[in-house]
Design a protein around this ligand. Structure first.
Ligand code: KIV
Ligand code: ZN
Length: 521
């Protein structure tokens, strides 16, 4: 379904990655990173960017102010509690925006009133009126939020909403602050409040859902069904505790299921993947592999049946195209569930064109390998086919390695290699044991390849873990990854380096005659 075919009501997207998102423990962003995120949100077509909490620190104030000055299209909001100091600071921060908003909030639930605010309902009501009135004197666009709305008795919530609108609030946000609501309850709350407050049509209602029970996106959409027309969300769903509703899920649910959700948003989905990567990079929060829309497996297919279907027609197993969210293409992950159809396609993609018999042999070897390895990388498949074509053993093999490491320095390595049957030995020093080993390899096997990657992973747990090292080398536009495993990380390192050099030698000779290849020429 295209967005246009069902488009009716516009739902505003209010992004709070820079405020609620930044409140995630450990997700702090620098000033420049916040500007970069804000620029992308504005380009994507987000309607409101909540840029921060100006009273929280001078840094927050400066970031909100700078974002207010530079954003071209979106409204820029600053958060404030109900106190005048907060509100004035937020007003000052968003003053320079083409469209600024003060977002003020106070908790309304009995639990918060009793244990946190230690105030009566009447006192809170007075504060609602006072805070919204103060904010409205500074800015035309005022959002008022009833924190913990979903645990607030409806009668009191209605009185607060009515008072906030009378005092000048233009948006009313009813958050599920603790992620407690179910979709039915959340929808009903909006319906009842909108029906029970006489001036409800003078404000836009907003949803703000946390994901403590994994219901944030479903609750947000239910709130929209109940009449809300603004959704507060964050890129990658980051936010307090289990996070907020994820912007990418909301945007793509509305876009993909226009038949069931007859709304539109102004967000251009092709930026979603870029935004996810940017936010993950600046917060150092990894995106879970199976995260909807932007996880690395969201468009990856491993099972043979799925891969076969995908190769026949992508609509068999994909409800949206990867390109539509900015992912360049679907990936067929090769593993033990992959079938021969996908294997043949993968070989084609890697530049091999094998005859029937060679293909059947290679497929068998691939299945054997896939039984032993979780994921079979492109390089493994290349090695599997190259080894067969070359019918040669590695040109360079490890014979012995002794390393002197520790605090005394300089670290040194004595290395013996078998190069095409000849044993050669040398010693080299380096800045650390790995550097010393790699210098020794370079002495014995002179080459121009550039080291692109050196990565150590523990395959098992404990201090006796098997180490798996990956070494990436590139030379004249070709790049390879060699892997080596050993309980000794330094031995695994030299094995990985030699594996990469051997692969480069094979790569350089692919297409040449087998006797040349065996010699690595
Ligand atoms: O979750 C919440 O209630 C909030 C408010 C400040 C809007 O983030
Ligand atoms: Zn929140």
């Amino acid at each position: 379904m295209t967005q246009a075919s069902h488009n009716t009501d516009k739902v505003l997207i209010f992004d709070t990655t820079l405020r609620d998102g930044e409140q995630s423990p450990g997700a702090t962003m620098t000033f420049d990173e916040k500007l970069e995120v804000a620029d992308l949100l504005d380009t994507m077509g987000v309607d409101i960017i909540e840029a921060g909490f100006p009273i929280a620190s001078d840094g927050d104030f400066e970031a909100v102010q700078a974002i207010a000055r530079r954003v071209k299209h979106a409204t820029v909001a600053g958060l404030a509690r109900a106190g005048f100091k907060d509100i004035d600071r937020a007003g000052e921060a968003v003053k320079a925006a083409q469209r600024g908003r003060i977002h003020t909030f106070i908790a309304t639930s009995p639990i918060h009133l009793k244990f946190q605010l230690m105030k009566s309902e009447e006192e809170v009501l007075d504060l609602v009126v006072a805070s919204v009135t103060r904010a409205r004197n500074l800015c035309e666009d005022i959002e008022w939020s009833a924190m913990d709305a979903t645990r607030t008795p409806l009668d009191f919530l209605k009185r607060c909403v009515d008072a906030a609108i009378k005092a000048g609030a233009t948006t009313i946000n009813l958050p599920d602050t603790v992620g407690y609501a179910t979709p039915e309850e959340y929808q009903a709350m909006f319906e009842q409040i909108r029906m029970g407050v006489s001036n409800a049509d003078r404000a836009i209602f907003s949803v703000h859902c946390h994901n403590d029970l994994g219901l944030a996106a479903a609750n947000s959409l239910a709130g929209v069904r109940g009449g809300a027309r603004q959704i507060e969300c964050t890129i990658n769903g980051i936010g307090e505790r289990a996070g907020n509703a994820a912007l990418e899920e909301i945007v793509m649910a509305i876009r993909t299921r226009g038949d069931a959700l007859p709304y539109i948003t102004g967000v251009e989905p092709k930026y979603l993947n870029r935004a996810a990567k940017l936010v993950s990079a600046v917060t150092s929060f990894p995106v879970q592999y199976n995260k909807a829309i932007i996880g690395r497996n969201a468009f990856a297919h491993e099972s043979g049946i799925h891969q076969d279907g995908m190769l026949k027609n992508a609509s068999t197993y994909e409800i949206m195209t990867p390109e539509s969210v900015g992912v360049s293409k679907t990936s067929l992950v090769m593993g033990k569930h992959s079938g021969s159809h996908a294997f043949k396609e993968k070989l084609k993609e890697l530049g091999y064109d094998l005859g029937e018999n060679a293909l059947a042999d290679a497929f068998k070897r691939f299945k054997d390998l896939a039984d032993r390895k979780k994921v079979v990388y492109d390089e493994d498949i290349e090695a599997l086919v190259d080894n067969e074509i070359v019918s040669a053993h590695d040109r360079v093999k490890l014979v012995a390695l002794t390393v002197i490491a520790g605090t005394m320095g300089p670290q040194s390595a004595t290395l013996t290699l078998d190069i095409e049957g000849n044993h050669v030995t040398c010693q080299a020093t380096g800045n650390g044991p790995v550097d010393a080993i790699f210098n020794a390899v370079a002495k014995l096997v002179p080459h121009q390849a550039k080291l692109d990657l050196y990565q150590v992973h523990a395959v098992t747990e404990g201090t006796d873990a098997q180490a798996e090292v990956s070494v990436g080398l590139s030379e004249e536009g070709k790049s390879v990854i060699g892997r080596g495993a050993d309980p000794d990380t330094l031995v695994a390192s030299v094995r990985a380096y030699l594996a990469a050099l051997n692969k480069l030698a094979v790569r350089n000779t692919r297409g040449a005659k087998p006797d040349q290849m065996a010699a690595g020429r």
